[in-house]
Design a protein around this ligand. Structure first.
Ligand code: ADP
Ligand code: MG
Length: 570
């Protein structure tokens, strides 16, 4: 008996659909690409439950007539290519004629469309791949696609969808990426009744960046440009003093198609080598344009990658564009400027209050010690700072070396943790609220997570357009912080919250640790001697001062006996 069987048509179609459509955001991506291919000027999106219950996209593009509607949801029907030769020079985002078919297969879909310059609209309904006759409808030129109950007939897939919140983040990202590659198109996005993004058409990429990431970020990007032998590279990249904790804000676009490419990512990372700390990444919005015959767009099921006829040539042009921009006089003096002004800020907002605070604590701990008499960890005298990073300390058994950042982080973390366990993190109110500007995607997340932030002592008020007013912050962490120092921890917290699904009860611990880390004294910070002493005493008063909760050692010691041995004294 043969073991190989031919699958029936319905099953084949479902398998094929699964290759293209993974989750609501993949539906969104395909539909947006269709609207762009139809030369739309404005595209509006509305999602219900992060797209799980419904995704609705309306455009003002060239539309479809009754005959087109009838064909559009069938597999391998497309208006974008006709012959095999066309595959060698793809100029549209779609070309396989499989997206609408795949989506229709696994949802309840409704397409309403009216061709440009026409008055007659029609509507097509397809349920789980079963299409009905198009019927007359009312609509201005353009197309509306409604996709409801994704994977209703593919329970295995549906079970793997994440929460509505989590799916919304993916969808936001898809829209954000496309919006950043097409400034000339106007976009809007709603989650349920809430409008979360309105970005009308603008002339320049900088204007688009301002709409998406905020004006402050837009001002801190620099333009890149280079061209050679028909390969043109242009775009915006961040100055080295503006960075992100992940690669999400890097968009490479080849002939208008956002793609991923290891070779080009490597070129980008190399250009910033030595300018950014490990684990931080630049913002980069890069457009590469070259004759379409030099790119194969038909190599990836979700069209996420392309193949270049001459990848080396493309890399060389991009590399030159980056080098020129990053070494221009524009970057160098402003870097220097940024550095010195950061110091001044430290000086005016930072060092003084911290010193004062520590001195106050020091007195308190002296008093405490007088009462307790015995200090279990023994007395310690700070000798001084080594390269503004380590504290050299005379301890009961010899020399001890403290990592000043880890020590301070540990003190702050334990303090927060104790308050947390007692029910509430004490907060300090700002007289003047601190403005925090977030890209819309993060702003969205934050708006939904206000309550969790409040639990860790952060009170923010939504101001609109991605701006928030920071009203209160954990009081243990405000001393010595400049007003500019709150932006980054809040960004980190928002990112952590996005992964909240996975972290569960560990989440708050992570949040507290992140806050403590960002507020702690850094390696390289110069500290006056009494502040060094204060730090050591506060650390030694903790239950277990020797290692941080994640196992990193805080204190390294060289006992007197070992020194004696080294000097052949023993
Ligand atoms: P592809 O984009 O690869 O051609 P799709 O299945 O995504 O395949 O779409 C099939 C066809 O439906 C497209 O080629 C296009 O002619 C038409 N179409 C889809 N969406 C739209 C839209 N928003 N406006 C106009 N035409 C559309
Ligand atoms: Mg398509």
């Amino acid at each position: 008996m043969m073991k190989i069987k031919s699958l029936d048509k319905a099953l084949r179609r479902k398998i094929a659909a699964g290759e293209v459509i993974e989750r609501p955001s993949s539906v969104l991506k395909e539909l947006l690409e269709n609207s762009l291919d139809a030369k739309s000027e404005t595209i509006s999106v509305s999602l219900v439950d992060g797209g799980i219950s419904a995704i609705v996209i309306s455009d003002d593009g060239e539309g479809m007539d009754r005959g087109d509607l009838e064909l559009c949801t069938r597999r391998y029907t497309t208006s974008k290519i006709e012959t095999e030769a066309d595959l060698n020079a793809i100029e549209t985002l779609g070309f396989r004629g499989e997206a609408l078919a795949s989506i229709a297969e696994v949802s309840r879909m409704q397409v309403t469309s009216c061709p440009r310059g026409d008055r007659e609209a029609h509507e097509l309904v397809v349920v789980g791949g079963e299409e009905q006759e198009p019927i007359p409808a009312a609509r201005a030129p353009g197309t509306t696609v409604k996709v409801r109950d994704l994977f209703f007939n593919l329970p295995a897939r549906r079970r793997f969808l994440k929460s509505a919140r989590s799916e919304s983040f993916h969808a936001n990202r898809v829209l954000q990426r496309l919006a950043l590659t097409k400034p000339g198109v106007g976009w809007s996005l709603k989650h349920g009744q809430r409008t979360v993004l309105t970005a009308p058409a603008v002339k320049t990429l900088t204007d688009r960046v301002a709409q998406i990431y905020g004006a402050k970020t837009a001002r801190r990007l620099i333009a890149i440009e280079a061209e050679q032998d028909g390969i043109a590279v242009s775009g915006l990249i961040s100055r080295p003093d503006l960075k992100r904790g992940n690669r999400r804000d890097q968009i490479l676009c080849v002939n208008g198609r956002p793609i991923e490419d290891r070779g080009l990512s490597y070129i980008l990372a190399s250009a910033y080598k030595g300018m950014l700390r490990p684990g931080t990444f630049p913002i980069a919005l890069i457009q590469i344009n070259l004759p379409s015959e030099w790119v194969d767009a038909n190599i990836h099921p979700r069209k996420r990658e392309v193949r270049f006829a001459d990848a080396k040539a493309v890399q060389a042009v991009m590399s030159r564009a980056l080098q020129t921009a990053l070494s221009s006089q524009y970057v160098v003096p402003s870097m220097a400027g940024v550095r010195s002004s950061a110091r001044e800020q430290e000086a005016s907002y930072g060092a003084a209050p911290l010193k004062f605070a520590l001195r106050r604590r020091l007195e308190v701990s002296h008093v405490a010690r007088e009462e307790e008499k015995t200090n279990v960890h023994g007395d310690r005298r700070v000798i001084g700072q080594l390269q503004n990073t380590y504290l050299l300390v005379e301890g009961p058994d010899g020399l001890e070396i403290f990592d000043q950042h880890i020590a301070h982080e540990r003190i702050l973390y334990e303090g927060l943790k104790e308050q947390w366990e007692h029910g509430e993190i004490s907060r300090q109110q700002f007289l003047l609220p601190v403005r925090i500007e977030l890209p819309f995607e993060q702003a969205e997340r934050l708006a939904g997570d206000k309550e969790k932030l409040q639990r860790v002592g952060i009170v923010l008020e939504e101001f609109g357009g991605g701006t928030f007013l920071l009203r209160e912050y954990p009081s243990a962490l405000t001393e010595g912080q400049s007003r500019y120092g709150f932006q980054r921890p809040i960004e980190q917290i928002v990112d952590l919250l996005a992964e909240g699904d996975e972290l569960k009860e560990k989440l708050f611990d992570h949040l507290l640790a992140t806050l403590a880390c960002s507020a702690a004294i850094k390696a390289g910070d110069h500290l006056p001697l009494e502040q060094q002493q204060g730090l050591v005493e506060r650390l030694m008063n903790l239950d277990n001062p020797y290692t941080c909760p994640h196992g990193r050692p805080i204190i390294f010691s060289i006992p007197r006996a070992e020194l004696d041995r080294k000097f052949k004294r023993a």
